[in-house]
Design a protein around this ligand. Structure first.
Ligand code: G4P
Length: 531
């Protein structure tokens, strides 16, 4: 328990959203509040622009920049906040899923005009799998958005989470007048580009007071009174424990670009967001308060620039103290490793660090020792679980174009898939190599890197699959029968686990119905056995 103070100071989270909902803008406002940046616009370079989708080198260049802002640490009211960035581009969704394994909570940004969008749904699924506490920020209230009650209903239904309004908006678009803070009982009046000074806040302990009519006009005052009565009647006080267990999400309304409603959320965040949480391992749960160090790798970033061929492994510290130059145990390789230049991230600068504590993220220079999910300890043999592989969505067969370089191709494929760029499958009973990705862009990246880094050239042939399901059964005979009968659709993943490749939802459902003894899993998490 030596490091209790350090642990209680820390909050590690990610902001997630569908692209364009306002994640970058909100991040920037947080950093401004935390004093980590001084001017608006500083975080913009982090964003992969939509029009760059056809040029992956440009995207990589921008991702290179984004490494520096992958983790932004700043202090706010004596709390050390680690904000983990997630790529907005949908082709990098796997990166985002993995980043979610390294945080203790998330803030989900929803665009008030567009409501729940595709990417939001998937990200929430990952949060739900892990019971991650979620705070919702409904952004762009300065634009004519959906009706606020409809929006809440849509979010609840689509994201399958109960909401708890913390602030309540008065209109939207050009009639947007501000938000009423149901918890603090004050009214925050909207002014564009506001610094959200305290001057804009009117304390209203009792909404029936005439000051409300003075501030927002009689009509809106009476609507707010009705809304507030209804909401308070339905919701009451925020059940913080339900938030912490991922069942209830507090909701804030605001406008990130106008820095409006952001401070209210940040203040609530530091009050209720979880400190670093205990983590499951293959052997036992590891509390953050344990004196001995442990952590895991959740992301590997390789630089595509041939002049800077560095790989950075991102380590989430789960317990104890990480120290520079100290030997730690790399469980999978069963060897001791140490790091002379581990670094941490303070907004845009990288700094070599001497020590880090539970909740922190450390960047480690890697020469190929790490795979996603690797665990470091002070000697104990366990690995952290809950770092699943998700089913890819696009599948292509790898065609070797240069038989003289077969070895290089195989090595390259293994290493790139260790980094988490894509997943590699081998056709059952055959040799066919199949690459599965979430986005088309990854195929270009793989092809380019195989040639540049391994001298291997390949092509891809599209395969008609839509999902990979890991299959298991309590009855080995049934599994064997299914595998042989469906051998055209069966492959093994890198760890030798069986996978069923489904052509369509219909095929998948049919197989599930026809084979009740076979279990179909959409993530490979279940395969983590004890070491
Ligand atoms: P993202 O990271 O989630 O992809 O979104 P980002 O913050 O980049 O915001 C997407 C667009 O929405 C940006 O405009 C941004 O200025 C705008 N925006 C963010 N918050 C608000 C808000 O509260 N109200 C309004 N009206 N707009 C908001 P853009 O034109 O796409 O980019 P830019 O030219 O401003 O950089």
């Amino acid at each position: 328990m030596k490091y209790n103070n350090e642990i209680h100071k820390r909050r590690t989270f990610a902001i997630i959203s569908h692209p364009d909902a306002g994640k970058t803008t909100l991040t920037e406002k947080f950093l401004l509040f935390g004093g980590a940046i001084q001017t608006a616009g500083a975080v913009k370079s982090n964003k992969i622009k939509k029009h760059a989708t056809s040029d992956f080198m440009e995207i990589e260049r921008q991702r290179g920049i984004s490494v520096a802002t992958s983790v932004m640490s700043f202090e706010y009211k004596n709390i050390l906040i680690n904000l983990l960035d997630t790529p907005g581009h949908k082709d990098f969704a796997e990166d985002t899923y993995r980043t979610l394994t390294a945080v203790d909570s998330v803030i989900l940004v929803v665009d008030s005009v567009n409501g729940v969008e595709d990417q939001t749904r998937r990200l929430m699924e990952v949060c739900r799998m892990r019971d991650t506490p979620v705070i919702v920020f409904i952004n762009k209230m300065d634009r004519d958005g959906k009706n606020r009650f409809d929006l809440l209903e849509e979010i609840e239904n689509e994201l399958k989470i109960s909401l708890h309004p913390m602030t309540w908006p008065i209109n939207s678009g050009k009639d947007f007048k501000g938000v009423y803070n149901l918890h603090d009982k004050n009214l925050l009046l909207f002014t564009a580009n506001t610094k959200a000074n305290d001057d804009d806040t009117v304390a209203i302990s009792d909404l029936s007071l005439p000051v409300l009519d003075e501030k927002v006009g009689e009509k809106d005052a009476s609507i707010l009174r009705e809304d507030a009565e209804l909401i308070e009647g339905v919701y009451g006080e925020l059940p913080v424990n339900d938030y912490l267990s991922g069942k209830v999400a507090p909701v804030f309304f605001g406008s990130a670009i106008n820095n409006f409603g952001v401070r209210e959320m940040l203040d609530t965040f530091i009050r209720i967001a979880p400190v670093p949480r205990p983590r499951h391992t293959s052997v036992r749960d590891v509390p953050p308060t344990e004196d001995k160090f442990s952590g895991f790798i959740f992301k590997i970033h390789a630089n595509l620039d041939p002049k800077h061929r560095d790989r950075i492994a991102f380590l989430r510290v789960c317990s104890g103290k990480f120290e520079r130059n100290k030997y730690f145990h790399h469980v999978r390789l069963d060897k001791d490793v140490r790091f002379s230049n581990p670094y941490t991230f303070m907004a845009r600068d990288k700094d070599v660090i001497e020590e880090a504590f539970a909740g922190d993220v450390v960047g480690l220079f890697d020469t190929g020792n790490f795979k996603i999910g690797d665990t470091l300890t002070e000697g104990e043999n366990f690995f952290f679980t809950g770092i699943p592989s998700f089913s890819p969505e696009i599948f292509k067969e790898v065609i070797n174009k240069d038989p003289m370089k077969t070895k290089q191709l195989e090595k390259g494929l293994l290493q790139l898939t260790d980094e988490g760029v894509a997943q590699l499958f081998t056709q059952f009973g055959g040799n066919k190599k199949i690459i599965g990705c979430v986005g088309d862009l990854q195929f270009e990246v793989i092809q380019y890197r195989l040639l540049q880094e391994y001298g291997a050239s390949c092509e891809f042939r599209a395969l008609p699959y839509y999902k990979a399901c890991w299959i298991t059964s309590a009855d080995p005979k049934k599994l064997d029968e299914f595998t042989r009968f469906k051998s055209n659709n069966i492959a093994t993943d890198k760890d030798g686990h069986l996978v069923y490749l489904a052509q369509s939802e219909w095929f998948l459902n049919t197989e599930r119905t026809n084979n009740p003894d076979i279990e179909f899993h959409f993530t490979s998490e279940i395969h983590k056995e004890a070491v």
